[in-house]
Design a protein around this ligand. Structure first.
Ligand code: C2E
Ligand code: MG
Ligand code: MG
Ligand code: MG
Length: 292
């Protein structure tokens, strides 16, 4: 802490300013180092079909195993690099790591779809599709058809025509797309017909209150029927309880992800989780369940 005396007083503002700027640079450098030193780790959250009990795959979610601050959530470091080239570097690390994990699972006979989140900055890169092709080629055992890119509705809409083109080009590589956090974009739903995504992921904010908020329930109902009318898969995020899952099944939404099914976990733990998963204990449409 600079003392506000003598000539230091003159530089007091600069010192504070300098400190904050340096802090940011240190953090950016720290993240860059974290990528290089393998301090980042992917957790995986299962995606299941509640009607059949089938595990479709898992979403890869990045965490930072910080040497002194412990396990950091994406919200604690991703916003910092949002508008920075580091978001692209981190994104490529995520795709490569997820592909290697997919290959390891495939070697165990587990053909799981793996979803990765793609930042707007990544999607905007002119060579996004080319780099994706190179990453796929670098992990030849991974099946491109099992890779899905999750793009926030808000990112996808920044340049609708370009996003649609990128999605089509990725489809030629075999890679699919999902629209993430659907419903939070406050945008006209008609754009959906221009975006050839397979899956719509309904934002957890609508699921959270669906049992006691009639408006959220109405939005859910609308999104589910729209998705189905367009022939898209619809998956509900943030399914925390059996009651939520049961109601979603009644509304025609079979696919789900959430703490009520499983928390995100390290890749090796997912193998154990799968071994204990009982497909015949699936949620049934009459509301009974054998799930814990
Ligand atoms: P998302 O893609 O919508 O991921 C779902 C988030 O909801 C995850 O948080 C997950 O842990 C959490 N979640 C899952 N089930 C439940 C539930 O039942 N209840 C509640 N309350 N939350 C649940 P997480 O891992 O903290 O990630 C937050 C966001 O950070 C993600 O939201 C995604 O937008 C972003 N993110 C995560 N990993 C990456 C990445 O590798 N790259 C990029 N660009 N973004 C990422
Ligand atoms: Mg996601
Ligand atoms: Mg989401
Ligand atoms: Mg989200």
């Amino acid at each position: 802490q600079a003392k506000l005396t003598g000539k230091n007083r003159y530089h007091a503002f600069d010192a504070v300013h300098d400190h904050s700027v340096r802090g940011l640079h240190e953090s950016l450098e720290e993240i860059a180092r974290a990528i290089d030193h393998n301090e980042l780790v992917l957790y995986y959250q299962p995606k299941v079909n509640m009607r059949t009990g089938q595990v479709l795959g898992a979403e890869a979610l990045v965490r930072w195993l910080h040497p002194t601050r412990g396990l950091l959530a994406p919200a604690q470091f991703l916003p910092l690099i949002d508008d920075h080239m580091l978001a692209v570097n981190l994104g490529e690390w995520v795709i490569r790591t997820a592909l290697v994990q997919m290959q390891e699972w495939q070697d165990l006979g587990l053909h799981l779809q793996v979803s990765v989140n793609v930042a707007a900055r990544q999607l905007q890169q002119d060579d996004f599709v080319q780099r994706l092709g190179e990453l796929l080629a670098s992990v030849p055992g991974a099946n491109p058809a099992l890779l899905q890119m999750e793009v926030l509705e808000t990112s996808a809409l920044r340049d609708l025509a370009r996003t649609a083109l990128v999605i089509r080009s990725c489809a030629q590589l075999g890679v699919g797309f999902a629209l993430d956090d659907f419903g939070t974009g406050y945008s006209s739903l008609s754009y959906l017909k221009h975006l050839p995504v397979q899956t719509i992921k309904i934002d957890q904010s609508f699921v959270r209150n669906m049992l006691d908020d009639a408006d959220d329930l109405a939005i859910l109902r609308g999104v589910i029927s729209l998705a189905r009318a367009f022939g898209r898969e619809v998956l509900a995020e943030g399914v925390e309880t059996v009651a939520h899952g049961t109601r979603l099944l009644q509304l025609g939404c079979d696919l789900a992800q959430g703490y009520g099914i499983a928390h995100p976990m390290p890749g090796p733990a997912l193998v154990d989780w799968l071994a204990n998963w009982q497909p015949d204990a699936a949620w049934s449409s009459d509301g009974r369940t054998a799930w814990p």
